[in-house]
Design a protein around this ligand. Structure first.
Ligand SMILES: Nc1ncnc2c1ncn2[C@@H]1O[C@H](COP(=O)(O)OP(=O)(O)OP(=O)(O)O)[C@@H](O)[C@H]1O
Length: 200
């Protein structure tokens, strides 16, 4: 049988509390390895904006079709923002692998659980802050969240950290204390001697 594209280009799931440094590290990884990684194209029920193309910025759909996909269990994650639905489908992740790229999913705990139920064969990385106290400092330092939002993120962080400690959830846990060191560890694990975790 032909290998699944996702067995050759195995998706990478990066999770970790808000403020643990996922975006910072991914930005650097993408810059150091151009044309290697990709993000999946999300579904949305919002209308396309000028210049947006179906299947490029989003897979544009209507509410009925979106909710049918939800019922079929097609989404890894979905949510409603500002009256519109958004979701990441399993198919969209497979599409990235079929285009010869490694799909990177930056998702939270519930999404991690969903990915585990699929046949995506993903690799799981948890980026941990050195401590909740330092996480709080970084969230405040980032300056993008008000007091209420910082509080919520810290409560959620506590849950994410507890979940990450469960056996077999992640393939790798990296503590983001010193950014350069943490980045090196992430890069080494992702690149995996040039195999990128490939099984075939
Ligand atoms: N090792 C580090 N040392 C000090 N500051 C860091 C380190 N890593 C990241 N930061 C800073 O911490 C803040 C949070 O990082 P970032 O926005 O990348 O987190 P995130 O995990 O992507 O969060 P979210 O899930 O909310 O998008 C940023 O201001 C970033 O510059």
């Amino acid at each position: 049988m032909a290998a699944l594209a996702t067995q050759i280009h195995r998706p990478i799931v990066i999770s970790g509390p808000s403020g643990s440094g996922k975006s910072t590290i991914l930005k650097r990884l993408f810059a150091d390895h151009p044309d290697t990684f990709g993000f999946s194209v999300s579904h949305t029920t919002r209308s396309p904006r000028p210049g947006e193309q179906d299947g490029r910025e989003y897979n544009f759909t209507n509410q009925e079709a979106f909710l049918a996909l939800v019922r079929d269990g097609s989404f890894i994650e979905h949510a409603k923002f500002g009256g519109n639905y958004y979701g990441t489908s399993v198919e969209a992740v497979k599409d990235v692998a079929e285009k010869g790229r490694i799909c990177v999913l930056d998702i939270e705990m519930e999404g991690v659980k969903q990915v585990k139920k699929t046949d995506l064969g993903a690799r799981f990385l948890f980026l941990s802050p050195p401590s909740l106290k330092i996480l709080e400092e970084r969230l405040r330092g980032r300056g993008t969240d008000d007091e209420e939002s910082v509080k919520k993120r810290l409560e959620q962080a506590d849950k994410e950290m507890a979940f990450a400690k469960e056996k077999g959830v992640h393939d790798r846990i990296i503590v983001n204390d010193d950014l350069n060191r943490a980045y090196q560890e992430v890069e080494e694990w992702v690149v995996d001697g040039g195999r990128f975790g490939g099984q075939v």
